[in-house]
Write a protein that binds this ligand. Structure first.
Ligand SMILES: O=P(O)(O)OC[C@H]1O[C@H](OP(=O)(O)OP(=O)(O)O)[C@H](O)[C@@H]1O
Ligand code: HPA
Length: 179
């Protein structure tokens, strides 16, 4: 698996430290609120598992699964809902937990869909932001790291459903997806 990684972009210790900082910030910002973390599967699993334990509040969690990339490195532009949330959102302060904000198609679609269900508030926490690729404007409240325009894998992020278990964020060798 390591042979397919061109370079490490964000190492394990750096990830851990930044997640801890985000958790502290969210803990401060959501005092007295009814926080519901919405994990967008599958990419956000590692981040969600670590972030929720870094937040010192009696929060709730729920999951939705969407997909727009299929087996490639470019968005299809069509966001498919594979699994919807279970919880009625009224009265909750939602924080959408994502692994990466790239074209913005996925998060703008999810934001609109969840806002229509009239929760108390909806904000975004994304581990990675790749602003050079943006097609639709999306404003995340929390960003872990800004990354360059390269296809990244690991810590939940996949290429063709693989590499999610890499414990750090790496750049995939272009020959893996061009072969
Ligand atoms: O800003 P965008 O260009 O829309 O890209 C971001 C989305 O792409 C990835 O999901 P993917 O569709 O690959 O599904 P996955 O989470 O199951 O990997 C990622 O997890 C985000 O949800
Ligand atoms: O760079 C990326 N890597 C993995 N999944 C993604 N989904 C959007 N951008 C990416």
């Amino acid at each position: 698996m390591k042979d397919d990684v061109l370079k490490t972009l964000i190492g394990e210790e750096e990830l851990k430290e930044r997640v801890r900082e985000l958790g502290e910030q969210i803990t401060r910002d959501y005092q007295g609120k009814n926080l519901l973390l919405v994990s967008v599967l599958k990419g956000s699993i590692a981040f969600m598992a670590d972030l929720m334990r870094a937040i010192d509040l009696p929060l709730s969690i729920d999951f939705m699964a969407v997909s727009s990339y299929g087996a490639g490195v470019k968005t299809s532009g069509v966001v498919k809902i594979i699994k919807d949330l279970d919880i009625d959102l009224k009265g909750y302060d939602l924080l959408i937990v994502e692994d990466i904000l790239d074209s913005g198609m996925t998060l703008s679609y999810i934001m609109e869909m969840l806002e229509a269900r009239e929760p108390s508030s909806v904000k975004i926490c994304t581990l990675l932001d790749k602003p050079e690729r943006r097609q639709v404007s999306v404003a995340p409240a929390y960003v872990g790291f800004t990354v360059p325009d390269e296809f990244v894998i690991g810590y939940g992020l996949d290429y063709d459903e693989k590499y999610r278990n890499l414990p750090y964020i790496g750049v995939l060798k272009p020959e893996v997806y061009t072969k």
